[in-house]
Design a protein around this ligand. Structure first.
Ligand code: SF4
Length: 245
């Protein structure tokens, strides 16, 4: 049924699907219990029109899948992740276009970001090797506040929702060294949902996709602005609301 999805996944053709989710998918795609999650998320996404709703739908599925995993008493003991610990927010995060639109919506609602840092991060593109050439400070996610908390926590991307390390928080610290192997909590069901989201929407790193949707929105506003000026100079009057088709 989802033949187009399978064609996306062989090596080299899916650089923006988060690597962990992609590996999980490759391992579990033949198990109906897991593949059903990917299929039903794709089917649902194809029925939703609004990009914000699509992103929120995937986030709800991911949270629901993770509930059981993160409720395990052993994880409570061995996962050191907590507010203010922001090592993973200095790494490369992939998002879908729907998620980028949701982040833009947060900016529209008043969340303030550093546009210079966004520009710097988006200029390096999607390649991880280029991203990690930036300094630790320059790699900080534009949604990270001065206390190390996420300004868009409720609407944070799917990938951020599955990041949980087991053992020492220092494993995630990339301030002095490149990120080595991490012992992460396995979130197989959430990964299957994430693959579905990335299979049906354009995607890239958070800075690249956020810049893209910002530019597209600004361009459409500019067209509206210039059209108003043009109409004014050519003497065209706005069409009264009640006579519009
Ligand atoms: S969106 Fe939030 S949780 Fe995700 S990397 Fe940025 S600051 Fe961290």
């Amino acid at each position: 049924m989802l033949g187009y999805l399978f064609r996306w996944l062989p090596a080299g053709e899916s650089m923006n699907i988060p690597a962990i989710a992609k590996n999980t998918f490759e391992l579990l795609r033949n198990q109906p219990e897991f593949m059903n999650i990917t299929e039903s998320v794709v089917e649902h996404l194809n029925k939703i029109k609004s990009k914000l709703e699509k992103a929120r739908f995937v986030h709800n599925v991911v949270d629901e899948c993770n509930k059981e995993v993160f409720a395990h008493p052993l994880l409570k003991e061995f996962v050191p992740c907590k507010a203010g610990c922001s090592g993973c927010c200095h790494t490369q995060v992939s998002v879908t276009e729907d998620e980028a639109e949701l982040l833009l919506h947060n900016i529209d609602e008043g969340v303030v970001i550093d546009y210079n840092r966004l520009s710097l991060q988006s200029e390096v593109g999607n390649e991880a090797a280029d991203f990690y050439k930036l300094s630790y400070k320059e790699r900080a996610c534009v949604f990270l506040d001065e206390n190390g908390a996420c300004k868009v926590y409720k609407d944070r991307p799917s990938v951020c929702r599955t990041n949980a390390v087991v053992g020492e928080a220092s494993q995630c610290d990339t301030s002095t060294q490149a990120q080595g192997p991490l012992r992460l909590v396995k979130t197989p069901k959430a990964d299957m949902a994430i693959v579905a989201a990335f299979a049906v929407a354009p995607s890239g790193t958070l800075p690249v996709m956020l810049s893209k949707v910002l530019k597209e929105r600004n361009a459409s506003e500019d067209i509206g602005f210039f059209k108003t000026i043009f109409d004014r100079f050519t003497g065209r009057k706005p069409v009264p609301k009640d006579t519009r088709l």
